[in-house]
Write a protein that binds this ligand. Structure first.
Ligand code: NAP
Length: 245
């Protein structure tokens, strides 16, 4: 896995994961909105051992630019072995309840744009007969909760989408990795009260890189979120309605 496209490369978890691959001498094509952040991250990754780092400024909602983006990344790196899709927004649930526009925007950013990019990547990787597509879903997608069910349902759509995509590409040499982080302290969760279940981006980066290298289908990270979500999913709906989760 030496040539990788990273969408949402300024994300704290994507940056920490990119460092894992830089250390292994990978060539990286970073995509994000901020040219300043891209420049700084690229410089850091070169120092950490990346064989090559290129970058492109793009808003993830510009889905019409994706096909060309993939072509450009592949031609800059001499091919493409893997992609990590990390961009996302966690808007206020209350705003999504009062604004349907906001609800649509959450789905566009967190689900539809990711599906669009992974569809183009899937077709390319299927044709070449190898590749890895890793996508950040979330434990929030495992069960809708009152506090974030718009974000959570967009992530649930991604979990279902990647499950189907994985099955489609299974016999074609292409791996699809669904990453389901629990609570991770990043800019996205900056206003949240932190407790013992929280992890740092650095702590989750190594398991994510390992899952991409191994082609792990679904990764709960840190690992203890797998049993936690198993229990949460098992709670009967009537009881779940009365809980303040
Ligand atoms: N942190 C958690 O607890 C947690 C838990 C489960 C899943 N996740 C998921 O993990 C992924 C990474 O998030 P993170 O925690 O590392 O948070 P983060 O550091 O805040 O990263 C989110 C990134 O998404 C980018 N982004 C948002 N909208 C974009 C757009 N329209 N175009 C391009 N980039 C856009 C942001 O870019 P700017 O820097 O330009 O704003 C930011 O770099 C996300 O998909 C998130 O939903 C996070």
């Amino acid at each position: 896995m030496q040539r990788m496209l990273i969408m949402g490369a300024a994300s704290a978890m994507a940056e920490a994961t990119a460092r894992e691959f830089a250390r292994r001498g990978a060539a990286l094509f970073l995509v994000a909105r901020s040219p300043e952040r891209l420049q700084a991250i690229a410089q850091d990754l070169r120092i950490r051992g990346a064989a090559q780092v290129e970058y492109r400024v793009l808003n993830a909602r510009e889905t019409g630019a994706y096909l060309q983006l993939i072509e450009d990344a592949a031609s800059a790196l001499g091919g493409l072995d893997a992609a990590l899709i990390a961009h996302g927004t966690l808007s206020k649930q209350s705003e999504c309840e009062s604004s349907v526009e906001m609800l649509y925007q959450e789905f566009e950013t967190n689900a539809l744009s990711v599906m669009a990019l992974s569809t183009h990547l899937a077709n390319r990787f299927e044709a070449q007969g190898y590749g890895v597509i890793a996508i950040f879903s979330s434990v929030a997608g495992d069960r809708g909760r009152r506090s974030n069910y718009v974000y959570g349902s967009a992530k649930a759509a991604l979990s279902a989408f990647t499950s189907g995509l994985r099955q489609r590409l299974h016999a074609r040499g292409v791996h699809v990795v669904t990453i389901k982080p629990g609570f991770v302290a990043t800019p996205m969760t900056v206003g949240f009260k932190k407790g013992f279940l929280w992890a740092s981006p650095t702590a989750v980066a190594q398991p994510i890189a390992r899952a991409m290298i191994r082609g792990t289908p679904v990764l709960y990270v840190p690992w203890f979120w797998a049993p936690i979500m198993w229990i949460i999913r098992a709670i009967p709906e009537r009881l779940f309605c009365s809980l303040r989760l």
